[in-house]
Write a protein that binds this ligand. Structure first.
Ligand code: GRF
Length: 195
């Protein structure tokens, strides 16, 4: 039976669609639910692929999250560009079963307010030779849970936040499926190799 994956999103949903496409090639895992705090384009992409897509009535309401995750019989919750905090009761009840993807090499350039172009601008401002993407376990502090896997990209002198974002995103689209496939194999999120 495929491992059942719920994905929380707030934006365009390119990671969600990359994950759905990757998982459609076999029966290891399936995206069974997309959840959003807003009417995100990502929800429409999920619905167009026949996935249950749900805008939360109140994203702070843990019982609504729990009801949706239970109904979908989800094994894993993936945060893929989800911009609000997941209610702490959900994080507690789902400890060890929630992962997030972040567009930098954590623990660098994470934390509250570090999302989108700001992350890549911070990498450039710091003069880091490398950036990349990280998948980590979610706990109650933004971007602080245990790192499970990461993919690197070299930063070049010609990079702008936009060009760097584009190369990092291409890595994200391979990294997230690798993380979910590793989780499906182990029955829970686990550290994984990525090249
Ligand atoms: C990605 O860069 C992800 O790492 C971050 O939010 C962005 C979401 O992009 N957490 P998309 O909605 O998947 O295109």
């Amino acid at each position: 039976m495929p491992y059942r994956v719920a994905v929380a999103v707030s934006g365009r949903g390119s990671n969600l669609t990359a994950l759905v496409d990757d998982l459609s090639t076999d029966d290891v895992a399936r995206v069974v639910l997309a959840i959003s705090d807003r009417q995100a384009p990502a929800l429409a992409h999920a619905a167009a692929r026949g996935i249950a897509a749900h805008r939360l009535d109140d994203y702070r309401d843990a019982s609504e999250w729990m009801r949706l995750l239970d109904l979908a019989r989800a094994n894993l919750l993936v945060l893929a560009g989800y911009l609000k905090l997941v209610p702490s009761e959900v994080v507690g009840a789902w400890a060890g079963r929630i992962i997030n993807i972040h567009p930098a090499l954590l623990p660098l350039h994470g934390g509250s307010g570090m999302y989108g172009g700001r992350v890549h601008a911070a990498v450039l401002a710091a003069g880091d030779p490398h950036s990349g993407a990280t998948v980590h376990l979610v706990d109650e502090i933004y971007d602080r849970g245990a790192v499970l896997g990461a993919g690197r990209v070299a930063v070049t002198a010609a990079d702008t936040a936009e060009t760097l974002a584009e190369r990092v995103l291409a890595v994200e689209h391979r990294l997230l499926p690798a993380a979910v496939r590793a989780a499906a194999g182990a029955g829970r999120p686990v550290p994984f190799e990525f090249t």
